[in-house]
Design a protein around this ligand. Sequence first.
Ligand code: NI
Ligand code: MN
Length: 224
Amino acid sequence: MKLRYFGHSAFELVTQAGTRILIDPFLDDNPLSPVKSSELTADYIIVTHAHGDHLGDTAKIATTASTVICVPELAGYLQKQGLNTHAMQIGGAFDFDFGKVKLCKAEHGSLTPDGKYAGLAAGVILIIEDKTIYHAGDTGIFGDMKLIAELHPIDYFLVPIGGNYTMDIPDAALAASWIRPKLAIPMHYNTFPLIAVNPEDFITATQKYGVSSRIMKPGEIIKL
Ligand code: NI
Ligand code: MN
């Protein structure tokens, strides 16, 4: 399976079978993304919460063949726009044709760009081809990340580090020390001045905990 990063919290997974999964596809207004929404198709779009920098271009990319996976309140909002949705609650998991998806807690809010409350913000755990990926969404640090790691040994931890709206680097490095992934990948930084950080500081901070981490450049693809 391949993982592509678009900057901010936007990723694409392409499975060996060719299923295309987008997570938080914020592209057209994302100053870091080298890719625009018109260049992408998706079988599934996972949206962690309704903020514009996560919901992003979901409505532009989703076709009749796409399914948007999110919490029920956001799913209801997207259904009214004619999108196909699969609603899940935090703590619930479902076996899709490509693998398992489980929503988990995130300490954050969720409001649509037009100001509608959209339920709880979530993180997402994906188990595909024997690899486990935890995209933490937007979140502050919380102790139950230890429980998440106990329930699901994590291979790849996609973790916000930019501060202000989410964990900063010290908090994200501590979270990585609890999760103990094979690889931590920082996200949600340097998109806007409010979340400007040096991601190399995250690499150094995780090394101190004995956790491997790696910066993905926007547009970069890695094999998982
Ligand atoms: Ni947010
Ligand atoms: Mn955000």
